[in-house]
Write a protein that binds this ligand. Structure first.
Ligand SMILES: N[C@@H](CCC(=O)N[C@@H](CS)C(=O)NCC(=O)O)C(=O)O
Length: 235
């Protein structure tokens, strides 16, 4: 069995990896990093030059193959499932004719390609306002409001509508079974549900299926173990 070493940054996408490692019941080594002014500390660059979380290092004691250093949470999820989920308990078989697989692949991609960018922009603007000197704060607030109304808010609403519609027709993102796509997308929902900054939390009536999905995720023992080990997500 190779050694798995996860580099986990507090309050970050590496929670996805931690949660999946727990779902799979795998042993792993963990290095935790605290944020510095909201960002990853420089020391994370020693694990991978990108300096972003997650980083998963895999070493093979038997020299059966070269060691690996993986980044990109979606890529890591797919690697771990391809390797450690041979019975397809947490991911569907690749099959272009299967709606379950197409949904799985779609939401895996959608999470980082379309959903996270406007959520990150919202977070960045709220930090800019928070950290701007008192004197210029009315200006940064005004700019945030403009960008929020003209761009960020609209894009986030489109993302959330798509998610809510899908979850009103499906129990999970890839059909009727929990899968890696739910781990990938739960982080999106948590970020969208953030109460800090401009978020204020999701509307309980409008996004009832989305919030029920999040509750189902948070009730999973592996999710709770990941919180215990790596800390609660709190944006
Ligand atoms: N698309 C990448 C994004 C990685 C990423 O941006 N990670 C954030 C944590 S949520 C990070 O390390 N931020 C710290 C920084 O940029 O300094 C993934 O899904 O892994």
């Amino acid at each position: 069995m190779p050694n798995l070493h996860l580099h986990h940054l507090e309050n970050s996408r590496s929670f996805r990896t931690l949660w999946l490692l727990e779902e799979l019941g795998l042993e792993y080594q963990l290095t935790q990093y605290d944020r510095k002014n909201g960002l990853a500390p420089d020391s994370l660059e020693q694990a991978h030059p990108m300096g972003k979380a997650p980083v998963l290092e895999i070493t093979f004691d038997d020299n059966s193959q070269s060691d690996l250093t993986l980044i990109e949470s979606g890529h890591i999820i797919n690697y771990l499932l391809a390797k450690y989920d041979p019975d397809y308990q947490l991911h569907p078989k690749v099959d272009a004719d299967s709606e379950t697989w197409r949904d799985y692949d779609f939401w895996m991609q959608f999470a980082e390609a379309s959903a996270m960018p406007p959520l990150v922009m919202r977070l960045v603007f709220s930090k800019v306002v928070e950290r701007s000197p008192k004197l210029v704060r009315p200006i940064t607030k005004h700019v945030r409001k403009q960008v929020e109304t003209s761009m960020i808010g609209k894009n986030i609403n489109k993302v959330l509508s798509l998610i809510e519609r899908h979850l009103s027709e499906n129990q999970w993102f890839a059909g009727s079974e929990f899968s890696g796509a739910d781990i990938q997308m739960a982080f999106v929902v948590e970020a969208a549900n953030a109460r800090s900054g401009k978020g204020g939390g999701l509307d309980q009536n409008k996004y009832v299926n989305t919030l029920n999905f999040l509750n189902r995720c948070q009730a999973r023992p592996a999710y709770q173990k990941a919180v215990e080990v790596g800390g609660k997500l709190d944006f």
